[in-house]
Design a protein around this ligand. Structure first.
Ligand SMILES: Nc1ncnc2c1ncn2[C@@H]1O[C@H](COP(=O)(O)OP(=O)(O)OP(=O)(O)O)[C@@H](O)[C@H]1O
Length: 309
């Protein structure tokens, strides 16, 4: 089998005049949960729809297990399951009827359909609702039905477009747990504009901004994207802020509250060493020194102003 589960090469798309997706290259070689992050309108759904063969790209190629989606969509789609942004469920069918229909659409052998439906229902925890009309289920359970139809044919690769959108906080946690479980057997790519979602779930993140790929890396890389430039320091016998500014490597010192200071520096290592040395030498009674972290939101905003990587 091809070593790449998915490979996207120079993918670009325009619906009319403007480019919605510009020269995107992505590869997935190993199992895990991959996140496509971006603000509304960034181009996430466009990429996912093309990746799943429901939208024809303007240029570039998508390979699923080495099979070109444009040239051989039937074979390529055997390896993937897709939950579009709006779950493709039919309110007037029961859960069981709908999943049977989904299995037939996946060209499954008729004799395997019953077993596949039962297994998919069990996998997503909706076996007890098998006879219920989908229209009578809560949003969270409808989403489970949507995920069940995506895994019914046991594909290697599952694509989930904003899988927790519109759910309440309890349903969000339930669906996230379900995604983690599913990811033990399948490779998952999901799109979201929610930073906490990628933080909670994803092993690798791609961030899209106005159709450009602006970041590719782990959540740790994302977290470290902006190098911190301040220290938060607590000193019970601190000197005046003027004296702190005179420490080599320090560019600004602000008192935040009693004993607590924010110290901006040019070089973290040098400033930390000097503050510790001088505190000991001059009796400033240093009790805490930590590097200030940038919030994920700050990093998201910074990347939203960035051009292609
Ligand atoms: N059918 C369409 N016709 C014309 N323009 C479209 C169409 N679908 C999307 N677009 C435009 O393409 C760009 C990318 O849209 P896309 O839906 O891929 O973004 P997204 O990141 O998935 O956003 P959201 O989170 O809001 O779904 C947007 O500017 C959008 O307005």
């Amino acid at each position: 089998m091809n070593e790449f589960i998915v490979s996207i090469k120079n993918l670009s798309h325009r619906y009319s005049v403007q480019w919605s997706v510009k020269d995107i290259n992505l590869d997935i070689k190993k199992n895990g949960i991959y996140g496509l992050l971006g603000a509304n309108g960034a181009g996430k759904s466009t990429i996912m729809n093309i990746m799943c063969g429901v939208l024809r790209q303007t240029s570039g190629d998508v390979f699923i297990r080495g099979i070109n989606m444009l040239n051989n969509p039937i074979e390529a789609k055997k390896h993937l399951g897709f939950l579009p942004q709006k779950p493709p469920v039919s309110n007037e069918l029961t859960v069981e009827e709908f999943l049977g229909y989904a299995a037939n659409l996946r060209l499954m052998d008729k004799k395997n359909v019953g077993k596949a439906v039962t297994e998919a229902m069990e996998r997503v925890g909706i076996g007890h609702f098998r006879k219920r009309l989908i229209g009578s289920l809560s949003g969270g359970y409808q989403q489970r039905v949507g995920i069940a139809q995506a895994i019914i044919h046991k594909p290697d690769f599952i694509v989930l477009d904003e899988p927790t959108n519109g759910l309440d906080p309890n349903q969000i946690l339930e669906v996230r747990n379900l995604i983690r479980e599913i990811a033990q057997e399948h490779t998952v790519i999901l799109s979201t504009h929610i930073l906490q979602e990628v933080q909670a779930l994803c092993d690798h993140i791609w961030m899209i901004n106005h159709g450009d790929l602006v970041f590719s890396g782990s959540i740790r890389d994302f977290d470290n994207y902006i190098i911190p430039e301040s220290l938060l320091v607590t000193m019970i016998g601190a000197p005046s802020t003027d004296e702190l500014i005179n420490i080599p490597g320090v560019v600004e010192a602000t008192e935040l509250s009693n004993y607590r200071y924010k110290i901006k520096f040019e070089n973290a290592q040098e400033a930390t060493e000097r503050i510790v040395e001088m505190s000991v030498a001059r009796g400033w009674r240093l009790t805490e020194i930590i590097q200030e972290r940038n919030s994920l939101e700050t990093i998201f905003t910074e990347l939203s102003n960035k051009k292609k990587i």
